[in-house]
Design a protein. Structure first.
Length: 422
């Protein structure tokens, strides 16, 4: 579906409630927001409570008839289902409804396809899309699903069916994309090793889409001395798909890297999680996770749960986490403030960034030690090193050399231990 076509599409959203929980209502509301993000004008909604999914039509036959009437009344172009549809369900529904039928996964893949800017994100989305399409080729070419006859011999002539050719093309393309992504993943691994060698701690911003991760990143870059440009931020689902890593230098000379990762969403297609694994490894390999939460959303506890489950999927389950309750200004909560590993802030108003930084420092710089060193006057280069790499708390000039009271990384402490006097 191309951009111009999508802008004109009228849609109906449909879903089946299996557990009669509040999460279903939220999931349907989110589906509408995803459709809006795709430029689809949602004209109606059809839901049904069922103990199990209908194997042929996803919904019951009577409900599909109601849905068809709604499609005709609203002159809808597309019906979007909240669950993942099988190839036969899509085929059956399109036949019954006489319009295009897509599911939540196809919608998310379409959004990701539009928002991907870097080569890596584009490759990841394309691979997820092809992996999703592959089993759904069955039945797409019913009219073409036979081999050409000729000369009285069976199965001779045109050779492979179009279906087999398309399947082979897709498998070849997936293999190519996998190799390209492996190269990029290797580059990321090299970069991470280099950071570890430089003793540079890493914090990764994680959370639900549109929770404000990019706004937190930009607030940090504006508040402190940051290396690199600001990242794109907008009040929309999946505004940024690309992992951005920026260095942050604090007033006390401490430095760390801050990574902004792709946002999560309910029922995030597993093909996308797999395709974005190398990007999400930035979170799994970080020293600290900053879980950004839109506390103004009535469903923020559901969002927290979904993010935790996705983090578990990528191997980032047992990592130290700070909970940054963002958009506190919209939630009517007192801010800025911090309690334990929870911080209440408004990144848009740049309020609470200092409190967030203090909590982050307590995790990221546990390896820093405070000490006094007496450095001989002929070792001026060591004094210069500490001035550049450590927080100088006090300096005095003694008879035997320069006395420094510093807060420095344990590696520097061990290296210059012979000069430590206290």
């Amino acid at each position: 579906m191309n951009e111009t076509k999508l802008e004109q599409l009228k849609g109906i959203i449909a879903g089946v409630n299996l557990d009669n929980g509040d999460d279903f209502d939220y999931s349907m509301e989110e589906l509408k927001n995803l459709a809006d993000a795709c430029g689809i004008d949602v004209r109606g909604e059809m839901t049904q409570n069922l103990p199990r999914i209908h194997s042929a039509l996803y919904m019951g036959t009577g409900k599909v008839e109601e849905l068809k009437s709604l499609v005709e009344y609203e002159e809808a172009d597309v019906v979007i289902f909240d669950g993942e549809l099988s190839p036969s369900q899509i085929r059956n529904l399109e036949k019954e409804l006489e319009c295009e039928v897509i599911d939540r996964t196809m919608l998310i893949l379409d959004i990701f396809g539009r928002r991907a800017k870097t080569k890596e994100a584009q490759l990841q989305v394309e691979m997820a899309r092809l992996q999703y399409m592959l089993p759904r080729l069955v039945g797409t070419y019913i009219a073409l699903g036979r081999q050409g006859g000729g000369s009285g011999f069976k199965n001779r002539g045109a050779g492979e069916t179009k279906l087999e050719l398309d399947r082979r093309k897709i498998e070849t393309k997936i293999s190519y994309l996998r190799k390209e992504l492996a190269k990029i993943s290797e580059q990321r691994t090299v970069q991470r090793k280099q950071r570890k060698k430089n003793n540079m701690p890493v914090a990764a911003l994680v959370g639900y889409t549109n929770a404000g991760k990019s706004t937190v990143m930009n607030a940090m870059l504006q508040t402190y001395e940051g290396g690199g440009s600001e990242v794109f931020e907008k009040d929309m689902l999946f505004a940024t798909l690309d992992t951005s890593v920026r260095s942050i230098t604090l007033p006390d000379k401490k430095e760390f890297l801050l990574a902004d990762t792709v946002g999560f969403v309910n029922k995030l297609p597993h093909h996308l999680v797999k395709a974005f694994r190398s990007t999400l490894e930035e979170a799994a390999e970080a020293d600290l996770l900053v879980h950004v939460i839109d506390v103004s959303s009535p469903q923020h506890w559901t969002m927290i749960d979904i993010t935790d489950k996705t983090l578990e999927d990528i191997g980032a389950k047992d990592m130290p986490v700070i909970y940054a309750y963002n958009k506190a200004d919209l939630a009517g909560i007192d801010y800025p403030g911090a309690s334990g590993n929870s911080v209440y802030l408004s990144a848009k108003e740049r309020a609470g960034i200092l409190e967030l930084t203090d909590v982050m420092k307590s995790h990221l710089f546990k390896e820093y030690v405070r000490c006094e060193l007496l450095i001989p006057y002929d070792e001026g280069d060591i004094v210069s090193h500490f001035n550049e790499q450590a927080a100088i708390i006090g300096t005095s000039y003694e008879e035997d050399g320069t006395k420094l009271t510093v807060e420095c990384h344990r590696a520097d402490y061990e290296k210059y231990k012979r000069y430590v006097v206290k």
